[in-house]
Design a protein around this ligand. Structure first.
Ligand SMILES: C[S@@+](CC[C@H](N)C(=O)[O-])C[C@H]1O[C@@H](n2cnc3c(N)ncnc32)[C@H](O)[C@@H]1O
Length: 267
């Protein structure tokens, strides 16, 4: 196993500028790096073939580099994902941890339930006209089919021979008081926010979980690229992209953007 990761996260951020040219070039480069790596590419291929997650292939190569950099900076690393869906990212973290010998501690907040769209198109139409929250959820892709999410995530971990029991699972929504209480003393080296895509929901997550990132650690905001330059990638949701503007005010600086994933370091 070749543990040398090139280019490294440090290499990438050293020359990075938030321009259309850099963002498009980086997105293509990381996409190629995912597909050319048998472990990352095999995992992403399985996710795509079985419709187990969203996002872009480029993110797999991004996560490998960020986790490697975090390991160099902190040693053992604590990671939090808000919004697990079918387990793409937490299983990827576990896979990277095992294959690149990175000691990861994974926490996940997720309801393990759906929020299905109304079956009737008429009801959808009526509610989208008169119910602001419904309209916002519709616009921001905040609906999910009903299914046994926990079983799906366990199966995904099993497929790659990973230990799901090692994940600290907070079952519920990031806004639930029992979840916030459970994590009241927790800190993380990396927090990945990919739960509620409404403006208020994303803002709450940044405000509540941002301060849990240790200095020198990172908050990665998914779906937050509406206002960044570039045309090679889908930019995410406008509401999340606006909410992310709170981060500099609470002590974060934007160090890299990979497609619609925006990476902020706590300073
Ligand atoms: C876009 S999906 C996450 C995709 C996943 N991160 C991936 O990369 O495949 C959003 C998930 O967040 C969950 N969710 C919505 N609001 C949430 C909240 N406030 N706290 C935690 N999870 C939430 C949804 O049920 C859904 O599973």
């Amino acid at each position: 196993m070749n543990l040398l990761i090139t280019p490294s996260f440090e290499d990438i951020i050293a020359g990075y500028q938030n321009t259309a040219e850099d963002n498009d070039r980086l997105f293509h480069q990381l996409t190629s790096l995912t597909w050319s790596d048998p472990i990352l590419g095999g995992h992403r291929r399985h996710v795509e073939d079985n419709k187990l997650g969203y996002g872009d292939a480029a993110f797999h190569a991004m996560w490998l580099r960020l986790l490697d950099y975090a390991r160099k900076r902190f040693g053992q690393i604590s990671l939090l994902e808000i919004g697990v869906f079918k387990g793409q990212v937490i299983s990827l973290w576990a896979l990277i941890g095992r294959n690149w010998d990175i000691d990861v501690r994974i926490t996940a907040i997720t309801p393990f339930e759906g929020r299905p769209m109304p079956r009737s198109r008429l009801i959808t139409w009526i509610r989208s006209r008169f119910d602001f929250k419904f309209r916002e959820n519709l616009r921001n892709g905040n609906f999910y089919e009903n299914c046994d999410y926990e079983a799906v995530v366990k199966k995904l971990f099993g497929r790659f021979d990973l230990d799901f029991w090692k994940v600290r699972l907070c079952r519920g929504y990031s806004t639930d008081s029992h979840v916030q209480l459970e994590l009241s003393n927790a800190t993380f080296h990396i927090v990945y926010v990919d739960g509620d895509h409404s403006f208020d929901g994303a803002l709450q997550d940044f405000k509540t979980y941002g301060p849990k990132v240790v200095r020198g650690g990172w908050l990665v905001a998914d779906d937050a690229g509406s206002f960044i330059p570039g045309s090679a990638f889908w930019k995410g949701h406008e509401a999340v992209s606006r909410a992310v503007n709170i981060l500099p005010e609470i002590g974060f600086r934007n160090v890299l953007n990979v497609g619609h994933n925006r990476i902020f370091e706590r300073v």
